[in-house]
Design a protein around this ligand. Structure first.
Ligand SMILES: [Zn+2]
Length: 434
């Protein structure tokens, strides 16, 4: 188990994640991916896409714009209810999420309930609170040159609605057989009152969501199936330790009002258990809202039976940053300084280096091996800095599974040393066999 501090430090030191706008002292709730982080993030997103979309026949991709018609958020309820309880300290004017200032509170906390707990301001220590008010977390902006309420629009708070508004177009153009799913990856924004916990609660995140459309009578079996497939994805494709994942059946009082079943996949992060992803049965809530707001029918006509109905929806939803942090937490051995990333996720598969960089014949031979591997595996890096021990240490920290070293024996018999990240064992092999 590694500490969050150690992960944050590794991320900055090795170029996975930097504080957003770091050169200006950062910007609360924003984080930027560096060269290694981009590679790992892309591998996670590509693995997800390959598993859920490319390798299946029943799930298709869409890619909707971030700024959508504001009626989207009226219909979905976000304009009215996408809000957190905000409380202000009258002494220092610090603003906080009321439900996060004491244990056992939820977002429906009342003034009376809060007052009974005698909570002190975490900044100044006073106990002089203003009233709790609901703070809408959507980022508001203006579209076009007019700066008024008529031109107000929002950065999308979830990618799901970008899928729902395209449901009718996809049915009209592709007419897929039900059940079918629509998948999307993209940015979502929420104006968190107090962003914290590194990339777990940031203001801008990348979501990967599927809306899976089913006949209402089959939702329970389809839900079970998606639950199993999600476990397989997390275990086999991403390589997470399933012992750190807990399926939390969300109680009725904590579920969205329309949902009849939600399972939160909780992960043991270094700071404690947190939601990694969710699987939610959303009924026909969203499609019915869109039908009402748009006046257009969301009915689907079954190809075999001719029955028409509004499909129900099951939604597997995961944040890339949460998955990214889970993978790092699972892989990082703080004591040994080794990042045990699964080979399919590691930014580089191989690192090639000459034993000594001032011996042209070694460098020449190493270049040949590098070119050979680069052509075959693409994700290959070159390192001739410092001594060999330092190179291993660096590659261990960025999770490179194999280091290839070209030494004087290579010049004799053509074999190279292959050093394994996880065991530090070394074998000699012909590079053609890699
Ligand atoms: Zn205060």
């Amino acid at each position: 188990m590694s500490s969050l501090d150690s992960i944050v430090s590794l991320c900055k030191r090795r170029g996975f994640i930097y504080p957003g706008s770091d050169v200006y002292g950062g910007f609360a709730g924003t984080w930027d991916f560096g060269p290694l982080g981009v590679m790992l993030k892309k591998n996670l997103m590509d693995t997800w896409w390959s598993y859920w979309v490319d390798r299946r026949d029943d799930i298709y991709g869409v890619d909707a714009d971030i700024i959508m018609n504001p009626r989207t958020w009226l219909a979905s309820g976000h304009t009215a209810t996408f809000a957190d309880p905000l409380i202000e300290c009258k002494a220092c004017h610090g603003r906080f999420r009321a439900d996060k200032l004491a244990k056992g509170l939820n977002e429906h906390v009342t003034d009376d309930e809060f007052a009974r707990l005698g909570v002190k301001c975490p900044t100044c220590g006073q106990e002089t609170w203003g009233p709790i008010r609901m703070f809408n977390m959507m980022f508001k902006t203006h579209v076009g040159p007019v700066d008024g309420e008529e031109s107000a629009a929002y950065l999308r708070p979830e990618t799901a609605q970008g899928i729902f508004v395209n449901y009718k177009n996809v049915v009209d153009s592709l007419y897929p057989s039900i059940p079918f799913g629509l998948a999307q990856q993209g940015k979502a924004f929420r104006n968190e009152i107090s962003p914290r916990d590194f990339i777990l609660r940031d203001r801008e995140c990348t979501q990967m969501e599927i809306e899976y459309f089913v006949h209402p009578s089959t939702w329970e079996t389809e839900f079970e199936q998606l639950l199993k497939e999600t476990d397989t994805f997390l275990e086999k494709e991403i390589g997470l330790s399933m012992s750190k994942i807990n399926h939390l059946e969300v109680a009725e009082k904590d579920r969205a009002h329309y949902s009849k079943r939600t399972v939160d996949f909780m992960y043991q992060y270094p700071g404690g258990e947190e939601e990694l992803m969710g699987l939610a049965y959303r009924t026909d809530f969203d499609l019915q809202n869109i039908a009402r707001e748009s006046g257009k029918s969301m009915e689907y006509r079954d190809k075999q039976t001719g029955e028409t109905f509004v499909p129900h929806v099951i939604e597997p939803s995961i944040g890339v940053e949460r998955l990214f942090l889970a993978v790092l937490a699972d892989s990082w051995d703080e004591e040994k300084g080794i990042l045990h990333l699964p080979a399919n996720l590691a930014p580089y598969k191989f690192c090639v280096s000459p034993l000594l960089k001032n011996k042209p014949e070694l460098v020449q031979k190493a270049k040949e091996v590098y070119d050979l591997l680069k052509a075959k595996y693409t994700f290959v890096t070159w390192d001739d800095s410092g001594n060999i021990g330092k190179r291993y240490k660096k590659q261990d920290e960025i999770g490179t599974p194999k280091c290839i070293v070209i030494d004087f024996d290579t010049l004799e018999d053509g074999t190279v040393t292959v050093r394994d990240r996880d065991t530090a064992s070394q074998i000699r092999i012909n590079p053609e066999e890699l």
